[in-house]
Design a protein around this ligand. Structure first.
Ligand SMILES: Nc1nc2c(ncn2[C@@H]2O[C@H](COP(=O)(O)OP(=O)(O)OP(=O)(O)O)[C@@H](O)[C@H]2O)c(=O)[nH]1
Ligand SMILES: [Mg+2]
Length: 199
């Protein structure tokens, strides 16, 4: 069983396409979601490191697949945001192809964290990912980020709405990196995935 220490996460490498990714051995958990949803912020919050993954107010900050080591042969992966409008179409297509290649080919993928801004849940991309993970039998956990932006009642109703869309084995939680909500729940999930895959 691989030892995982999220607090000791370090940057490993960036890849523009599948062939540049680190060796496909061990195990990793990837964060995906629409641009600006809060993927990089969630990784920083999870690892208690402010500047591990680069975050930005400008959507499309993460343009490469970024890998972080959290144990021997164990990685977190920050995927480029989906649907960044200001990128030229050709580049956008190439991007999506690389994410697609990654998701289809990556043997070491132990689970997928789907990141959604709680104010904009279940967009087309999100539904597509839920469908894909179900078909591909890849474990999926959804985080509803920026929970601090909604009042408690609205948080709960969005949580229920998303729960209703989940397929077997999928889970969802609230998260706020600015107001310290949901880190333990997320880290328990990741550790359970990473510890059960033989790395
Ligand atoms: N209030 C609040 N703002 C957040 C939270 N998480 C992220 N943000 C803000 O949302 C914006 C986008 O966050 P990022 O983490 O860069 O988003 P991303 O999904 O990595 O974006 P791309 O790399 O462009 O795909 C930044 O301005 C963050 O400060 C949160 O929990 N609460
Ligand atoms: Mg990012």
């Amino acid at each position: 069983m691989a030892a995982v220490d999220l607090d000791q996460a370090t940057f490993l490498t960036s890849a523009a396409k599948l062939s540049q990714c680190p060796a496909d051995s061990g195990c990793e958990v990837a964060f995906c979601g629409r641009s600006n949803a809060g993927k990089s912020s969630a990784i920083n919050y999870l690892t208690r490191q402010r500047k591990l993954a680069r975050t930005s107010k400008t959507p499309g900050r993460t343009q490469l697949i970024n890998f972080f080591t959290v144990g021997d042969g164990v990685r977190l992966v920050d995927l480029p945001g989906y649907g960044y409008a200001r990128v030229p179409t050709g580049m956008k297509d190439a991007w999506h192809r690389h994410i697609d290649d990654y998701l289809r080919e990556r043997e070491s993928l132990a689970g997928l964290v789907l990141v959604m801004d709680i104010r904009h849940p279940l967009k087309d991309f999100d539904r597509m990912m839920i469908e894909w993970a179900d078909q591909a039998r890849v474990p999926l956990h959804i985080i509803l980020t920026k929970a601090d932006k909604l009042k408690r009642g609205a948080q709960q109703s969005t949580l229920f709405k998303v729960e209703k869309e989940l397929r077997q084995g999928m889970t969802v939680q609230l998260l706020s990196s600015t107001h310290d909500v949901g880190r333990d729940e997320l880290s328990d999930k990741l550790i359970s995935w990473l510890a059960t895959s033989d790395g």
